[in-house]
Design a protein around this ligand. Structure first.
Ligand code: ADP
Length: 269
């Protein structure tokens, strides 16, 4: 089933300057999409429209094959969740435990199961030893982990991470993607949208959407990235390290491509 279908979506904040211009893309249930693009290209605006925080007038959005009404509570109807870049805007409670529990309370989770669920998700993001801590005493990366745990605990159908890993170090990002893989094993229909500036995160997705000045200039499968390498670079975007590495190896006479087990080949060089 299609999880999200966006057709000819255009949007402006002030009735004059177009921020999104005729954007279309489709995401199936269980897929992960990465949205990339320079600052100001419209990524966050698109995320906010998808979760119903910004009502749109032009275009069509279907979620689980139902056309959405921008005036209704889209997030609650389709069980959509979003994690923003700045975790400070998302903390409500005075301890990590209460904060993760807050969303669960809104979903009327049985209080007897609450503590175990909070512990499970805190552990998933490596914050199980901080349950009693006040969020304001945590580092930026720790706050992002808690914000991520709070949303994972909601067991949403679609989760949007809007630069939600920007304060995590490379190890933290790796853990985060492993956590998502674990969740996808538990729920193969979980659909994810990642907005990121980190080129290495791209490889964890099935599809890539590139926004440039509000236009969807590229919408490809991640395993086709090599084919679109020039276009990607021309848009001012960086390729993940492995892609650049293979490109350099090719230029230097090593005939390796992505269908080869290049990790093994690289080890042998
Ligand atoms: P990105 O996430 O790709 O950096 P945004 O969606 O945040 O892009 O912003 C796209 C454009 O919309 C930018 O030019 C930004 O200044 C403008 N913009 C964002 N939020 C608002 C707002 N609330 N009111 C008016 N303009 C906005």
């Amino acid at each position: 089933m299609k999880a999200i279908e966006v057709k000819h979506l255009s949007f402006c904040y002030d009735e004059k300057t177009p921020i999104l211009n005729d954007v279309s893309f489709t995401l199936n249930q269980g897929e992960t999409l990465t949205i990339v693009g320079k600052n100001g290209s419209g990524k966050s605006t698109l995320a906010k429209i998808l979760v119903g925080l910004l009502p749109f007038k032009n275009g069509q959005i279907k979620i689980f094959e139902n056309e959405i009404d921008p005036k209704k509570d889209i997030a609650a109807t389709y069980h959509l969740a979003i994690v923003f870049q700045n975790p400070d805007n998302q903390f409500i409670a005075s301890s990590v435990e209460d904060d993760i529990a807050f969303g669960l309370e809104n979903y009327c989770v049985d209080p007897a199961r609450m503590h175990d669920l909070v512990k499970k998700y805190a552990k998933m993001v490596g914050m199980e030893n901080y349950l009693e801590f006040a969020p304001e005493n945590l580092s930026g990366g720790q706050k992002q982990r808690v914000a991520i745990a709070g949303v994972l605990a909601l067991n949403a159908n679609i989760i949007i991470f809007d630069e939600a890993t920007s304060m995590l170090d490379p190890e933290g990002k790796k853990d985060f993607h492993q956590t998502l893989n674990t969740l996808k094993k538990e729920n193969p229909l979980l659909t994810i949208i990642m907005i990121t500036h980190d080129k290495e995160e791209i490889i964890n997705s099935d599809k890539i959407l590139v926004l440039d000045k509000g236009e969807a200039v590229l919408f490809i499968k991640t395993n086709e990235l090599n084919k679109y390498r020039e276009q990607f670079l021309n848009l001012g975007l960086d390729l993940p390290f492995n892609y650049s590495l293979i490109s350099e190896l090719n230029k230097n006479g090593f005939a390796i491509d992505f269908s080869d087990d290049y990790q093994e080949i690289i080890k042998q060089l």
